[in-house]
Design a protein around this ligand. Structure first.
Ligand code: NI
Length: 228
C-alpha cells in the first residue's frame, strides 16, 4: 500500500498548525531522542516534545480529521492511532534508510501499539523548501512523495523508507502509526478493494439485492479477520 489522502487538513487548520509551529510555543529537540538504536544512526531532524501541550493540541486536530475521513477509515480500518508527532528538517537534515519499530508505547496513555501502517502528513508548502522527499521501498517498487500541505501518505510499516536531505528552507511534517483491526496487509488491502468496489457499484445504481449480499460478504470477512 502507498495511499495518498489529499486535503486531510483544511486551510484553517493548516494556518493554525503552521502559525503554532513557527511560534515560541514550539520547542524543537534533536529527533534522535525517540529513535531506536538503528534509527538514531541515520536520523537527523528536530521534533516537538511529544509530552508538550503544543504537540497534544495539534495532534488532536489531526486525530479528529482522521476519524471523519472515509478514505482513511476504509483503507486503514484503524484500531489504535499513535498520537501524531511533529518534526522539522532544516537545511542539510535528512533521515536515512530505516524501518519503523514494530511496537510503540504512547507517551500520553502508556498504551502499546503494534505498528501496521505508517503515515506522514505534509505541513509545509512544497515551494517553501527543497529536497525532503519521502522515499518508500514498497512491494511495487520505489514510491516517492512530496505532497501539498495538508495531504497525507500511508504505507506499510514494514517498508524501508527515508527522507532525502533538505537543501533549502524547512520541511514540516507530522508522522504517526496505526494499529489496524486487520493485522495482515493482504487481508486489509483486499477489504479496502472490496469496499471500494461496493461503493462504485452503489454509485452506478447496481441491483440493491446484490449489493446487500456483497456487503454481507465484506462484513463476514471483517469478522473473520478482525483482532480487537
Ligand atoms: Ni520511519
Amino acid at each position: 500500500m502507498f495511499l495518498q489522502i489529499p486535503k486531510l487538513l483544511n486551510e484553517q487548520q493548516l494556518a493554525m498548525i503552521g502559525a503554532t509551529l513557527h511560534s515560541d510555543a514550539a520547542h524543537w529537540f534533536d529527533g534522535r531522542v525517540t529513535a531506536g538504536h538503528q534509527g538514531a544512526l541515520v536520523k537527523n531532524n528536530e521534533q516537538l516534545d511529544e509530552a508538550s501541550a503544543t504537540a497534544h493540541k495539534l495532534g488532536d486536530v489531526i486525530i479528529a480529521q482522521l476519524e471523519r475521513n472515509p478514505l482513511f477509515i476504509s483503507a486503514v480500518l484503524p484500531c489504535k492511532v499513535y498520537p501524531p508527532m511533529f518534526n522539522r528538517y532544516g537545511e542539510g537534515m535528512h533521515f536515512g534508510n530505516h524501518v519503523d519499530g514494530a511496537i510503540r508505547q504512547s507517551p500520553r496513555t502508556g498504551q502499546k501499539l503494534r505498528t501496521d501502517l505508517s503515515a506522514t502528513i505534509f505541513l509545509a508548502a512544497p515551494d517553501s523548501y527543497e529536497g525532503g522527499e519521502l522515499v518508500v521501498e514498497s512491494d511495487y517498487g520505489v514510491q516517492r512523495a512530496r505532497l501539498c500541505a495538508g495531504d497525507m501518505v500511508i504505507y506499510r510499516s514494514t517498508s524501508r523508507h527515508r527522507v532525502s536531505p533538505v537543501t533549502r528552507g524547512h520541511r514540516l511534517a507530522s508522522v504517526l502509526w496505526i494499529q489496524s483491526l486487520i493485522r495482515g496487509d493482504l487481508e486489509r488491502e483486499q477489504l479496502f478493494e472490496l469496499d471500494r468496489t461496493i461503493q462504485q457499484l452503489t454509485q452506478s445504481g447496481a441491483d440493491p439485492e446484490s449489493l446487500v449480499r456483497l456487503a454481507g460478504h465484506y462484513h463476514s470477512l471483517l469478522r473473520l479477520w478482525t483482532e480487537i
